[in-house]
Design a protein around this ligand. Sequence first.
Ligand code: G4P
Length: 532
Amino acid sequence: MADLEKEINRRRTFAIISHPDAGKTTLTEKLLLYGGAINLAGSVKGKATARHAVSDWMEIEKERGISVTSSVLQFEYDGFCINILDTPGHQDFSEDTYRTLMAADSAVMVIDGAKGVEPQTRKLFKVCGMRGIPIFTFINKMDRDANETLDLLDEIEKELGIETCPINWPIGSGKNFKGVYDRQKKHIVIYSDTQKGTKEGTATVIDYNDDKAVIEAIGEAAKAKLDEDMELFDIAGAEFDIEKVRGGKLTPVFFGSALTNFGVEIFLQNFLEMTTTPLPRKTETGIVDPVKEPFSAFVFKIQANMNKAHRDRLAFMRICSGHFDATKEVRHVQGNKTMRLLQPQQLMADDRKILEEAYAGDVIGVFDPGIFSIGDTVCDPKLDVKYEGIPTFAPEHFARVRQVDTMKRKQFVKGINQIAQEGAIQIFQEIASGMEEIIVGVVGVLQFEVLKYRLTNEYNVEIRMEPLPYEHIRWIKNYEGMDVSKISGTSDMKKIQDLKGRPLLIFVNAWSVGMTLERNPGLELSEFGSAM
Ligand code: G4P
């Protein structure tokens, strides 16, 4: 038992979120270098490496040179066992990106110091905020001219509505970026230039009270600027409060340059101390303690068609409690069946490794013969739990979809329903139109291509897609007992329903949402659908 506790408590499971190009891939690679997983560093799927990746996954991946799927990178550092959940970004941004955040215990938000908060950061942040998980900020690219530090902090507070507490403070930026000032330890860390892709290079620590040495290292002007910044910050800034961090109310902020490896290790060390061990999870009947309970996990992602020849699916599960032993039977709660999980594996970039055991905090992929759905619970047969489901996230692109050959209606409906069930797309219909008109909603436009490709290749159905101009969707929270036809909306609003017959509203313009709320007192709208 003691070992189990030790194994679980040394785990840290987090996702890195960022707007494309802020430096998520570069930072991930550097973190892996510290974990000694050097051979892996080059295989993190970034734009550059993916071009050469040999993958047996969907053709679409190969054609586009991008990864539609995500993986988990596990490495050891200083006694910790770290799981980084890779969130698909760029063009392959999809609902899976959001769902991955459901499996993380904390998030690291990477921000480009010259760009500040960008749209995709905002969206991902909102999903983290919904769960109240701790969020750590790494302000990257300080080796390029960056915005004023105080302005960056102010922007995060105003735009994202979270308090900030800088753990360190940058000394200069661009060509003059020398290193960082550690506010708690009251010393500065000066970096010498490092080679790209290595962790070599020196970091010199100087006591900030040693004026002479500080001036020698950073110059008088930089010291004066730092003193002034600190004075201003001490008046206006938030105090560090670990409870607020744990509740997602305050974000510790770090500065650095992932590319030149300035400030990455300080970040990692502080982050590991401040972030949480695997968090207890809510079930329908209470909270499950990761250490005290036997094995339990929930499915947060289903990846279909990993191998075209076998039409196989992998279900990704986040282990929430106990120890997973591949030789033991587990119960699939929703299917009410006891079984052995098939081919449990860990996905590391391009590699798959068969697992014999794993612990709470880890993520495993298992072979799915088509029985799992997103949100399902799998647990020790002795345990009687059912995890709270995963919400449905707002699609931002919509298209009307029809099959080209009317004779293939049956295959079309079957295919599109199955793909929706896996959570790759959402399907809707116009209210009272029957199943004739199907509207597909996706979070990232690439999902349209995936849909088209899969319907052609797996179901032998050609489709035609007509893009629709809607970008904003709202679930009606209090629709029960309501006459939806009476909702008076704007001219750019359309009423639709999901497969369960729940009504939704879609809008072309964001401001129409507010207008509709104003016109219909008592109407409650939500950006997240209830659990799947
Ligand atoms: P992403 O995963 O968030 O999309 O970003 P990624 O790490 O791929 O970084 C995007 C670009 O920014 C890359 O340049 C990368 O080298 C650069 N970059 C990342 N961190 C830093 C940093 O700390 N300082 C500076 N100056 N640049 C940084 P690229 O030219 O698009 O790709 P590459 O040819 O360098 O691979």
